[in-house]
Design a binder for this molecule. Sequence first.
Ligand SMILES: [Ca+2]
Length: 371
Amino acid sequence: MIRRLLLCLPAALLAACTTSPVHPVAPPSSPSPPAVPAPAPVTPAANAEVDLATARAAFVRETAQRFGIPARQIEAVLAQAQIREPIRAAMANPAEAKPWREYRPIFLQPSRIERGRAFLAAHRAALQRAEDTYGVPKELIVAILGVETGYGANQGRWPVLDALYTLAFAYPRSGDPAKAAYEDRRAAFFRDELAQLFALAKDEGLDITTLKGSYAGAMGWGQFMPSSYRQYAVDGDGDGKRDLFNDLDDVIASVANYFAQKGGWQPGGPVMLRAVRDAAAADLTQSGNTVVLDQTLASLASLGYRPAATDVMPPPQTPAGLITLDGEAGPEYWIVFNNFRAITTYNLSRLYATAVYQLAQAIAVQPEGEA
Ligand SMILES: [Ca+2]
């Protein structure tokens, strides 16, 4: 179970949280109820095949036009794609949300910290270049790679083409009418990512049919979706290619660039501070996943939440929010800042962002006895 979580959770959440496409492909029209009862012979399976063929044809037309790729070429690649039931099942039954006290030990294991320190030592020059260029701390870049793929070890075993094809054209449906619009949006999101995959392959000279990734189509050491790859990947070593699978200079620079461009990372800015809650303080727990910086340090103090330690104190007017995590010893209150929100642009989960930050802090500490 833990193994499965390690492999699937970050990528799944990343995919779930990548922003909506700029030019979404229109979803295939859902069959409207027939005015008169339809004759019996057409089976649901046959209907589904017709729907798939129609949706695919529209996808090919639109993708060809949008990215200037010959329709024949898209057809030829799609002819090799398969709908994979395990991918539908994984998407329909994502790993259960865990409380912080169970989530933390998975990502803060001693071995992950040690491997992070070793990675930092081995790639210090590239990490320092990225930090100097983008203002993103070395340890944070390392922690992202550690949480996403165990420093490249678990980049995903699914053909990216099959993953995106499956979720684009056979997104699992719960049958719950209240979820239908959401499921339509998700399917449209994956159709766009599939189209972006074709554009990415064209941009970078990649063979789509050989790419492997997560069951949600996230790729490489940092688990970038195709649209993020196209938009935020950078060529860290100046060889003219952006290779997030094999080129660590590119991987490191791209994660840093993502934080700078997409996350709005503020160099040197605070991330999060443990807070002490006054006994009389009102419950400020934010619901939902999105972190809202609707307070300041000063206003939180007036509401009864103050930083537990006072050695590093941002200015009182610094925009801030309050989150609560289910810790070992009960609720933990944390004051979070812009750079915490920035980490959530990589994966829209407070637990993820907290784990990444704490792993980064642990990696940054030099163990005793080592110079
Ligand atoms: Ca490169």
